[in-house]
Ligand binder design. Structure first.
Ligand SMILES: Nc1ncnc2c1ncn2[C@@H]1O[C@H](COP(=O)(O)OP(=O)(O)OP(=O)(O)O)[C@@H](O)[C@H]1O
Length: 217
């Protein structure tokens, strides 16, 4: 199995304390890992360093063989766009764009034509049962619909690494199942999946569970 991600001894100091204190983790392609742990133990902070959103105080994130945090900012942004799909706790959709445009945007930014990007977006929206909602702006979607759009957006560039921070936290159990099926499908297609969850039912669907306590895995 090919290695997708290796993080080595990640530390993140926030204020006067280390919130993440030397966390190391390897992920190979097609694996799914649930990250669990008590509220405030550092899970989101850890995920944001891996997702190239928050610079570690110490340690390395090796993604696709690159020491990601030593790259120039624009190169790192490009690596992130091509390799990582991030599903946030809040969906972070762009309010002024339609569901379809939100999903298409990362593909277009990565270099697809508008037409190709929209075709890829439509295929994902259809798979998530949202074909009829594609022209709606996020403000007109239910919480569950919006989260499925956010997952479609995260998957549109066929990322090798999918990071999800409580992707089903705000969903009823039927919508949570649809979301989980989508994430499981991405991992079956070869992506490495790392998801933070408090839900034991969701964690049970991952191949492996890793626990964080006090900033350590
Ligand atoms: N800017 C900051 N300055 C100081 N402390 C911070 C800052 N941001 C977050 N923290 C603290 O860092 C700790 C870890 O936060 P983090 O969000 O990573 O935890 P978590 O495990 O994801 O929690 P939850 O499960 O509740 O989402 C918390 O105790 C939080 O209060």
């Amino acid at each position: 199995m090919g290695e997708v991600l290796r993080c080595e001894s990640l530390v993140r100091r926030l204020g006067d304390r280390d919130v993440v204190r030397g966390a190391s983790l390897d992920l190979d392609e097609a694996v799914s890992v649930a990250l669990v742990g008590p509220s405030g133990c550092g899970k989101t902070t850890f995920l944001q360093m891996i997702g190239l959103l928050d610079r570690p105080t110490a340690g390395r994130v090796v993604l696709a063989g690159h020491d990601a945090w030593s790259l120039a900012d624009d190169v790192r942004a490009e690596l992130r766009l091509a390799w990582i799909g991030f599903v946030f706790q809040q969906n972070n959709l762009v309010a002024s764009l339609s569901a379809r445009e939100n999903v298409a945007l990362p593909a277009w930014r990565l270099g697809s034509s508008r037409r190709e990007a929209e075709r890829a977006a439509d295929a994902l929206l259809e798979r998530f049962g949202l074909a009829a909602r594609r022209d709606a702006p996020p403000g007109e979607l239910s919480v569950g619909e919006a989260q499925r759009v956010a997952i479609a957006r995260a998957l549109v560039n066929r990322p090798r690494l999918v990071l999800a921070d409580e992707p089903t936290g705000s969903l009823d159990s039927a919508s949570a199942d649809v979301v989980m099926d989508a994430l499981a499908a991405a991992s079956a297609l070869g992506a490495a999946l790392l998801m933070v969850t408090h839900d034991p039912r969701i964690a049970a669907r991952a191949q492996r569970t890793v626990e964080m306590r006090d900033g350590r895995l």
